[in-house]
Design a protein around this ligand. Structure first.
Ligand code: DGJ
Length: 708
């Protein structure tokens, strides 16, 4: 990381490829934000750290200062990052600069600025790690109690981002519901505060922990964008606050709702990572920078370096009716069309004949698999595929051996019902004995069977979050301890079984965030596998997250939306824009459809490195018209692939035209459907006609540089 520091004026400038981030200490010792935007060459380009807005005696300056990590204390009224109560019941925190250091890292150096309370033994270590090639900064805070007496943290966010003082700002964010995940919303920002959040225990579908800010005029190709995402899979919040002085701040981290953390003497609390970026290249460049950062620095290595295999998942084919014979029949069909990883979903364990029983009993059901999983796994392997399995380890059905033996292992309150959702309760993952059980059951499963893939599901939000046998002062820590326990268990399983890839799933796409992506190789995007609906879901997802981690199944025609059948090619083209999976009941597919599927899977294998690893360009949005077009370009710009899908044809409109992106202007490219090679300039500026005329027409266009 290029880091410039001017000792005399106490200012730092972090330098990315195209971005600078400046901060400094003012005469009162306050750590102030100075700049986040297009690259500035010199520290002296930063504003004077002591300039301040002075309004009137009615407006305390604390709120007008852009503080890097504001604590609640004095006359500070905006969103604080830190709110603490000291042992003498003082609830006012004053942070000033203490020192800074550089931690040298293999991938990137880290600036750590240490703040201290002016009186109490409290330190806050602010970590900044900049990835210059992606113009992305990771921030987190470590709050340390260096005294003897405990300090109670009531709010401990990861950090606050600031935009320059500006007249007009717009927020873009992702929201939705089950089967309508990651929909794009854009709102003008007016004075006041908007919070996107989850208080459900998991990341949630109602909002996703990603945001983007622009000046109201940015589009895919141009405009300043400040954006970021939280790496956290428990309760979270991101607050966007704009004040009458035209200052905009975005604060985020672990949700303070029903939260407190008992920070004992000598202990630290580490916040989740809040990753942020800036670009002048519009939403498209913001996404591409973020995608590449995720592939290189977030997704787990070394699996992330490879491409994701083509997967088959049996959920929509058999639901809970899983058995050796039925799965073998599906495996044979899957192998014949080119699938590389065969995954059995819910229903293989305990008394799991429906969603009312069995969760928690992670032993193979002997009626369904009389000789265990081995015969099926052997069959799958003999067909040339790897085997994967579904689990939901954080949950229990009351009708299970686990619950009968350990009714106290779930979150609950006395005098209150244990509210069931999908007939299940949430295990208290904060409890060491629950963690031990989860790890041991999964370790056993992975050790005794040749398993290469785990789909880790989580199918309900929390309720009655009680843990009454824990000391009183840590009871509100469950929200954080649950996510920490989850991360720790997956990390230990990965360490012991490094060949196993993981998929995060939560009743569809309720666990899509950068925290889980550090531990899982892919995420389940949505239970909605309708190829048209998916275009919207996948577009929203792609604003924030990379295509490699986005699992997309080809399902049976008209599976989710009755009376909306779609051709095989259309379903494939929709799913080939991410990590390809097949989720239909292949035993019901016609020979022609299977043959066509075999063709598209073979095609996908030829281009998947471009889709999964390349730069993504959203050329036509499903929100804007009746055609979606998404292009992927390899980093060396020699290969590209474009997917275009139309639905429905309207008003006799002509076939849409697209202007490609990301190619070399002077290079010649061969393009599917075009006889003569054409230049990158022609493809980008003259454009190409998609020749899509009918409802459900779709195509994949390959663009390859002519080799000299
Ligand atoms: C919800 C998931 O999103 C589905 O894909 C499937 O795995 C079911 N759970 C199984 O119960």
């Amino acid at each position: 990381m290029a880091l410039l520091f001017d000792k005399q004026t106490s200012r730092w400038l972090l330098q990315g490829k195209n971005v600078s981030y400046g901060l400094g200490v003012d005469q009162n010792g306050t750590l102030k934000h100075l700049y986040f935007g297009s690259k500035l060459p010199f520290v002296s380009d930063l504003p004077d750290v002591n300039t301040a807005i002075h309004h009137s005696s009615f407006e305390p300056s604390g709120g007008i200062l852009q503080q890097e990590y504001p604590a609640w204390g004095g006359m500070y009224y905006y969103e604080p990052c830190l709110k603490a109560t000291f042992s003498d019941q003082v609830r006012d925190t004053r942070l000033v600069y203490k020192e800074h250091r550089i931690n040298e890292g293999a991938q990137s150096d880290e600036l750590v600025i240490v703040l201290k309370d002016t009186h109490y033994p409290l330190l806050v270590h602010l970590h900044y790690r900049l990835f210059p090639e992606h113009d992305i900064i990771e921030r987190h805070a470590v709050i340390e109690n260096i005294g003897q007496d405990a300090i109670t943290l009531e709010q401990a966010l990861s950090g606050t981002w600031h935009a320059p003082r500006g007249d007009r700002y717009r927020l873009t964010h992702l929201a939705g519901k089950w089967i309508e995940e990651t929909q794009i919303y854009q709102d003008e920002i007016t004075p006041g505060k908007k919070t996107i959040e989850s208080k459900r225990g998991n990341t949630g579908v109602q909002a996703n922990p990603w945001f983007a800010i622009d000046r109201g005029t940015a589009d895919e190709d141009q405009g300043e964008i400040w954006f970021g995402a939280l790496g956290w899979s428990g309760n979270w919040k991101i607050t966007v606050e704009y004040n009458p002085f035209k200052l905009l701040q975005v604060s985020g981290g672990v949700h303070d709702f029903d939260f407190s953390w008992h920070l004992e003497g000598g202990k630290s609390f580490q916040t989740p990572v809040f990753s942020g970026g800036y670009t002048r290249g519009g939403f498209g460049q913001a996404s591409r920078n973020f995608h590449q950062y995720q592939r290189e620095h977030v997704l787990p290595k070394p699996i992330a370096d490879g491409v994701r295999p083509v997967l088959y998942n049996s959920w929509e084919a058999t639901y809970f009716d899983v058995n050796e014979q039925g799965q073998t029949a599906l495996a044979e069909k899957a192998a014949a069309i080119g699938v590389e990883l065969f995954v059995i979903d819910d229903g293989w364990f305990g008394e799991r004949h429906h969603d009312r029983a069995g969760l928690g009993d992670w032993t193979v059901n002997p009626e369904k698999f009389p000789n265990g999983l081995k015969p099926l796994i052997d069959k799958v392997e003999s067909l040339g595929m790897k085997f994967g399995i579904w689990v939901e380890p954080e949950m229990v059905n009351p009708d299970s051996e686990l619950y009968r033996n350990h009714p106290d292992w779930v979150y609950h309150f006395p005098n209150r019902p244990r509210t069931e959702s999908r007939n299940q309760l949430v295990l208290n993952v904060g409890k060491p004995e629950v963690q031990a059980f989860m790890f041991e059951s999964l370790d056993k499963l992975l050790s005794e069977n040749s398993i290469y893939f785990v789909k880790w599901d989580m199918n309900r939000s929390f309720s009655e979050p009680g843990w009454l046998d824990a000391p009183k002062e840590i009871q509100k820590e469950i929200w954080v301890r649950h996510a920490q326990g989850l991360y720790d268990i997956i990390a230990r399983l990965r360490e012991k079984h490094p060949h196993v890839a993981f998929e995060a799933c939560s009743g569809g796409g309720a666990r899509i965030d950068l925290g889980i992506m550090r531990l899982t190789d892919e995420v389940w995007t949505s239970d909605n596998t309708d190829p048209y609906d998916r275009l919207y879901i996948q577009e929203g997802y792609s604003l924030a997250y990379n295509a490699q981690a986005m699992m997309c199944w080809v399902a049976d025609s008209a599976k989710w939306v009755k009376n909306r059948p779609t051709p095989v090619a259309y379903r494939f083209h929709s799913s080939m824009m991410g990590s390809l999976g097949i989720g239909g009941n292949l035993t019901q597919w016609s020979e022609e459809d299977l043959e066509e599927s075999r063709h598209w899977i073979a095609e996908y294998k030829l281009i998947r490195h471009i889709v999964q690893k390349g730069n993504q360009y959203r050329l036509l949005s499903p929100r804007a018209g009746n055609t979606t077009a998404v292009q992927y370009v390899s980093h060396d710009q020699t290969e590209s692939v474009l997917f275009a899908l139309k639905y429905p044809q309207k008003f006799g409109n002509p076939s849409p035209k697209v202007y490609l992106r990301g190619l070399k202007e002077d290079a010649l490219y061969n393009v599917t459907d075009i006889e003569e090679p054409v230049s990158g300039s022609a493809l980008m500026f003259r454009g190409i006609d998609l020749n899509l005329y009918d409802d459900n027409a779709s195509k994949m266009i390959k663009i390859n540089e002519v080799k000299a």
